[in-house]
Design a protein around this ligand. Structure first.
Ligand SMILES: *[C@@H]1O[C@H](CO)[C@@H](O)[C@H](O)[C@H]1NC(C)=O
Ligand SMILES: *[C@@H]1O[C@H](CO)[C@@H](O)[C@H](O)[C@H]1NC(C)=O
Ligand SMILES: *[C@@H]1O[C@H](CO)[C@@H](O)[C@H](O)[C@H]1NC(C)=O
Ligand SMILES: *[C@@H]1O[C@H](CO)[C@@H](O)[C@H](O)[C@H]1NC(C)=O
Ligand SMILES: *[C@@H]1O[C@H](CO)[C@@H](O)[C@H](O)[C@H]1NC(C)=O
Length: 376
């Protein structure tokens, strides 16, 4: 972007020079007839000088406009001037369509686990930037695999689970810039042209802590946010406790799995029924409820869509709304993930009576009725 901006300035400078050179030429050519028609010639030259003056003045206005940051208008202009501009894209969309120039274009990349070849014919494929904003145990792993089953979508996982990448704004920005420049290698790399690139980002991984800066970044770079939240935070809490238990016990042949790909594995993990501490429960529900609602408030001025896990479980077609939002062609999406907790909630909690008593009459009462239906 910066580079493109500078390129533009240079072009402007050259144009100005050319124009004045043309003026000089015109004057030089016209010196002889000047003796025969002095008045008409002087008027013509004067007119020409005035025109050039107005032209230069308008150019300088344009540049000043850029300096004083007419952000949106300039973004539109910059994108328009790129050689890849696609006339089918409406003006309002232009800030969200990018033409990244990865440092690795057009060569085989083998310095990662997944070798990939970035193809030259993708250079003029418009790319949308997105971020799946979610919380742990809210189905973001599942939704990400579904999106990644689309040939043009590349979502690169929980990049900010690595602490150094989120230790300060500079580190976060550097990581995002690399990702959105298509220079991030993960198993999400595609053979097709990537037309939407993103990551999943947990609210507690430096996102909410730096929300003001991140909103600015999203709006500056044209990043679209996909909120993925859970309606039933009690179910989420059960999933957190069960996952923590498996992390310690490694119930599947001595390995811990946060997501499973078979019903057998799901059944083994679902056998564990947590005993829930009443006080901890209320504290946790309040905390996660506040985190989610704060996130929606903080990011309300970004381009975003809000998706609830339960709605997607019930109706996979909800994901077509996400494809629409990313302006991707509709495709059937698939995932190998198998849902772990599929029974009524009271079948997944050891001390159901306590939990029931704790939540009755509170604003979390409706969570008690939650049932998870099978996904497929
Ligand atoms: C930001 O974090 C990175 C990675 O942890 C570190 O190398 C760098 O020095 C930090 N920069 C500032 C300004 O704190
Ligand atoms: C998806 O990838 C194909 C094949 O690389 C490409 O022709 C197509 O334009 C891409 N779709 C979009 C929406 O960019
Ligand atoms: C555990 O390992 C055995 C033998 O390798 C295999 O048959 C079984 O499916 C595994 N179970 C799980 C839950 O992974
Ligand atoms: C499923 O979701 C789609 C997309 O949001 C919606 O149009 C449709 O009405 C939903 N179907 C049901 C049965 O709720
Ligand atoms: C739960 O559902 C039952 C019937 O399905 C209803 O009678 C009860 O009032 C509901 N309770 C809550 C807390 O929503």
């Amino acid at each position: 972007m910066e580079e493109a901006g500078r390129e533009r300035d240079r072009t402007v400078a050259v144009e100005v020079e050319d124009t004045s050179a043309a003026t000089k030429d015109a004057a030089a050519v016209s010196t002889k007839p000047a003796k025969r028609y002095p008045l008409a010639l002087w008027i013509a030259i004067l007119g020409l000088i005035m025109l050039v003056g107005v032209y230069i003045f308008s150019l300088s206005l344009k540049q000043n406009g850029m300096l004083f940051g007419l952000m949106q208008a300039n973004m539109i202009e910059k994108e328009r001037e790129k050689p890849c501009h696609d006339p089918r894209i409406p003006d309002a969309e232009i800030p969200y369509v990018h033409y990244p120039t990865p440092n690795t274009y057009d060569r085989l990349v083998t310095d990662s686990r997944v070798p990939r070849f970035v193809r030259e014919e993708c250079v003029c494929t418009g790319v949308r930037f997105f971020a799946i904003l979610s919380m742990q145990r809210s189905g973001s792993g599942w939704v990400e695999t579904l999106l990644n089953s689309h040939p043009n979508i590349s979502s690169n996982g929980e990049i900010f689970s690595v602490k150094e990448r989120r230790s300060n704004i500079t580190a976060i920005t550097k990581t995002l810039d690399k990702l959105y420049n298509l220079d991030w290698y993960s198993s999400a790399a595609k053979n097709e042209c990537t037309a939407a690139v993103g990551l999943k980002w947990m609210l507690n991984q430096g996102l909410m802590k730096n929300h003001q800066e991140m909103v600015k970044y999203f709006n500056r770079r044209g990043v679209s946010a996909i909120f993925l939240l859970r309606r039933n935070l009690l179910q989420r809490y059960v999933s957190i406790l069960a996952n923590a238990h498996d992390s310690a016990m490694k119930q599947l042949n001595g390995t811990h799995k946060a997501h499973v790909h078979s019903k057998d594995e799901a059944e083994i993990l679902a056998q564990y029924k947590p005993t829930i501490d009443r006080k901890m429960l209320i504290t946790e529900l309040k905390r996660s409820d506040k985190l989610a609602s704060d996130a929606l408030v903080n990011f309300k001025n970004t381009r975003h869509i809000v998706l609830y896990y339960e709605d997607v479980v019930r109706n996979r077609t909800k994901l077509m709304d996400v494809l629409d939002f990313l302006r991707m062609p509709k495709r059937k999406l698939s995932s190998r993930h198998v849902k772990i907790h599929t029974k009524q909630l009271y079948d997944h909690i050891d001390n159901w009576a306590d939990v029931n008593n704790a939540l009755m009459g509170t604003r979390f009462e409706s969570f008690l009725n939650g049932s998870s239906r099978r996904r497929s």
